[in-house]
Design a protein around this ligand. Structure first.
Ligand code: ZN
Length: 248
């Protein structure tokens, strides 16, 4: 296990329990499918956590062993306890990576990290999406072509109310004419945050090779790097260096 990137895949895990269509697409849950293809990588080890577990499965102990947290939520954002959001935010500021998927754009943790409303346009018509790589040198685009397509998706359109990204890796075009910044990257404190649009629960999107490639790349990009230790989760209590004196 040593040296591997430790990924916790979090899912609210509600649609799969109540909707047969979703359960047929994701019999092990969306989290189960994502943990499965990521965990097959040599340098990644995965675990899962869900909303209905104690502390939503995100105890201090679990987060101690998490390098990158992946977040999928949709119908129950409001049920996520604020104290858990505080806890996750603190971890991110101190270096844990966060990857937010699809309808997670309205999750408490994503809005907290963005500081904006994160609203967007949407339409459920099963149309085609073409994701253009607009930052081909970015590590999250590694191994992809100029673009890739997903045959049937829920459309998300601009305006996406997010702060200006540090990097925009993908811009999507939809059959209906809309466009969307579908892969955006941020630095927050010592941590990295990546939002990736694809992943509607009724389509088998997390089985598609290019989508899986993006998530593998994103995990490796978002993993913490060794650096000077500074606890960025607290306001700094900064004292002047005592050995530094100002001469008159
Ligand atoms: Zn959706």
């Amino acid at each position: 296990m040593a040296g591997k990137i430790r990924v916790t895949v979090w899912n609210e895990f509600r649609h799969e329990k109540t909707d047969k269509v979703v359960a047929d697409v994701y019999p092990e849950g969306i989290h189960g499918q994502i943990a499965s293809f990521l965990g097959a990588e040599e340098d990644i080890v995965t675990r899962t956590a869900t909303l209905d577990e104690a502390e939503h499965g995100l105890t201090e102990e679990v987060l101690d062993e998490t390098d990158v947290l992946i977040w999928w939520g949709h119908m129950a954002h409001g049920e996520v306890k604020d104290e858990i959001v505080d806890r996750v935010q603190k971890r991110i500021l101190n270096g844990m990576g966060l990857i937010v998927l699809h309808s997670g754009h309205f999750s408490k943790i994503f809005r907290r990290m963005m500081g904006s409303n994160c609203s967007l346009k949407w339409r459920e018509a099963g149309e085609r999406e073409r994701l253009w790589v607009v930052d081909p040198g970015h590590p999250i685009a590694a191994g992809l072509g100029e673009f890739f397509e997903i045959p049937h998706v829920e459309m998300y359109g601009e305006l996406f109310d997010i702060p200006k990204p540090d990097a925009t890796v993908f811009i999507s075009w939809f059959q209906g004419g809309e466009v969307f910044r579908s892969g955006v990257a941020y630095h927050r404190g010592k941590g990295k945050v990546f939002y990736f649009r694809p992943g509607h629960e009724t389509f088998p999107i997390y089985y598609q090779a290019e989508v899986q490639q993006v998530l593998k790349n994103a995990v490796r990009w978002a993993a913490p790097v060794a650096g000077p230790y500074t606890d960025l989760s607290r306001a700094p209590n900064y004292k002047a260096n005592e050995t530094f004196t100002v001469s008159e």
